[in-house]
Design a protein. Structure first.
Length: 94
């Protein structure tokens, strides 16, 4: 969560620098703002991709546990699979 706040703040600061630089005709400031904004967006996109991948992995683990538990009659493993599948779906939606 701290990364998301940091990225959002850096994106906003970069956008402000970009706008201010363009308004003042300061190309250096505008370019710095553009770069800062782009870097923050890229970092946020990478974090989002990581979260999606982790959620998907948890879904796969849960589905495997559910299927294995159902085939072997292991209700505990099947229940654990339901939990992991649900947690994975929730993680992907955050």
């Amino acid at each position: 969560m701290a990364d998301k706040l940091r990225n959002t703040a850096n994106e906003a600061i970069g956008g402000t620098k970009q706008t201010l630089g363009n308004t003042l005709g300061n190309t250096s400031m505008a370019a710095e703002g553009t770069a800062q904004k782009a870097q923050a967006q890229a970092a946020q996109n990478a974090k989002e991709a990581q979260r999606q991948a982790q959620g998907t992995a948890r879904n796969v683990e849960g589905q495997t546990q559910k299927a294995t538990g159902a085939m072997t009659g292991d209700r505990s493993l099947e229940a654990k699979g339901h939990v992991n599948d649900t947690l994975g779906s929730a993680q992907r939606k955050m």
